[in-house]
Design a protein around this ligand. Structure first.
Ligand SMILES: Cc1cc2nc3c(=O)[nH]c(=O)nc-3n(C[C@H](O)[C@H](O)[C@H](O)COP(=O)(O)O)c2cc1C
Length: 191
């Protein structure tokens, strides 16, 4: 069974983290960390508390952002995982990852993923980007992370918000080797 770490931070787009929890927990085992800002945005955008999220996903192992002694903070454990996903990823968490600054468990997991060469996907969201954000994305990419902007395409002709969300979630799943049919793949013009 594939194992994943999913971290939800305080960027807008809690729905991406929520949908990834749904999709990943159907197919593998998931360890999750929600930052304190992530919990605030989750409440703001989805009207869900962290407690309610945990109750909805009893099969997911949740850790608090201060739990620096969690097994997934260790390289010897994280190497058994398929990928670490930060979705959504705030500019603040991006900055920590890009500059090797560990303040919470999410930053530590990202640092370990980079040093152990475990796939790290950052679903970043901000608008517009400052030079600092762009430089941090480049630094994170050069260090081995995959930076994915939370920007859906429109060539699959989305008809609903779900279609837009599924496109982004599907792209993230593609990157971590999870099969899905969340969006229609491009088959050439006019089809
Ligand atoms: C409703 C709301 C929306 C936010 N949206 C974003 C965002 O899209 N991108 C971002 O980088 N920060 C956003 N922030 C700010 C982050 O939550 C803030 O920088 C926080 O310190 C991030 O901490 P974390 O990375 O530990 O989760 C938002 C905050 C709130 C309250």
């Amino acid at each position: 069974m594939k194992r994943f770490v999913l971290c939800i931070t305080g960027a807008s787009g809690s729905i991406y983290g929520y949908r990834l929890l749904e999709e990943l927990s159907k197919r593998g085992s998931v360890d999750a960390v929600v930052s304190s800002a992530g919990a605030t945005v989750l409440k703001e955008e989805m009207d869900k508390t962290l407690k309610e999220l945990k109750a909805e996903f009893p099969e997911v192992n949740f850790y608090g952002e201060r739990e620096l002694t969690a097994p997934i903070a260790s390289g010897s454990v994280l190497t058994g995982y398929e990928a670490v996903l930060i979705a959504p990823c705030s500019m603040s968490t991006l900055a920590s990852v890009a500059n090797g600054v560990n303040i919470n468990l999410i930053h530590r997991i990202c640092e370990v993923a980079l040093k152990e060469r475990v796939k790290l996907v950052l679903l970043v969201r901000e608008m517009p980007y400052s030079r600092v954000h762009l430089e941090n994305m480049l630094r994170a990419t050069e260090a081995g992370a995959v930076v994915v902007p939370a920007s859906p395409g429109f060539y699959h002709r989305p008809g609903s918000m779900d279609d837009l969300i599924n496109f982004v979630v599907g792209k993230v799943l593609d990157l971590v080797g999870v099969e899905h049919d969340l969006y229609r793949r491009w088959k050439g013009g006019g089809r």
